[in-house]
Design a protein around this ligand. Sequence first.
Ligand code: BTN
Length: 349
Amino acid sequence: MTTDAKILSALRENPGGVSGAQLAEQLGVSRAAVWARIEELRGAGFDISAGPHSGYRIVGEPDALLADDLLARLNCFGWGERPREPQLSKSKRLARTLAPPRIIGRDIRVFEQTTSTNDVIEKLARDGVKEGAVVFAESQTKGRGRLGRKWISPARRGLWFSILLRPDLRPQETTQLTVMAATALRRAIFSETKLQPEIKWPNDILIGGKKVAGILTELNAEPDKVRHVTLGIGIDVNLDADEFPAELKKTATSLKIETGETISRAELASAILRELDLDYALICTGKFTAVADEWEKHCVTIGKNVTVQIGGRKICGCAEALDDDGTLRLRTEHGHLERITGGDVTLEK
Ligand code: BTN
């Protein structure tokens, strides 16, 4: 973690204030260096008050994604754990802010604008960057969805990000990662908004039947082995109804529209990365069934009659279950069992 991330982490863990001397001691830098970093953070939009008795306190946050801020938020909870025990002493709490990250989110980069964050991750992957790197963009000029669709990504209205993964999976098992992303997104959206999102196989998150988020999993693989996977996630967080193009108005929504409130994108982003990290650990240790069980509980596709469009082919039937590798088991209208790994699913009424 950078010094800025450590300072933000310590300030969040101590909402009553932390003195410059305490920060300097914990971080192993001078008080003047702490002061200089605080000035930088103020410049980045953080409103940090300084009092002779209370010390430094965060009193306002920018509506911007900042890599240090996201790293700090992730480390606040002792990575990969549920919120820490409240009875820890102040010095232990400060020490805890320095806990090392696990996989997803140990490297976070934020761009003001990109073509597509999936493109940036693909480039990082080819450069040999370690798995777990996350790239956010405040806006994308060529955001893409599944099946060659365009993904609108207006500046600061949503979370547009991609994650580099190098799982030990066979190419046909990578649907597990889309399933993992859907369960993690659902949990994080629920914990941050109390909305009850539903999952539509394989990659949509719905609220009240309207799409609020999508997942685009892109694979770079040899015939039997995955080289790397780019997990792209787009969430319509603070878009207003009039910001959706006409063709999406009936089928898409945002968290702001559903809650009537502006959502902190940084808080939601860190909650998602935490949940993803927990589920990725399950996938990496062969415990996909735990993820799949949760997925099935919240999936609107299972038990429904659906139509799946795969290229020029249309298959109608009942979605029976999720297989161990993440594929959808479909009982066709002619009674055959089909295993669906991709395509466009429409739920029949
Ligand atoms: C879909 O529902 O079709 C998937 C949408 C995925 C959109 C995200 S936004 C971040 C990442 N970059 C992209 O270009 N696409 C994904």
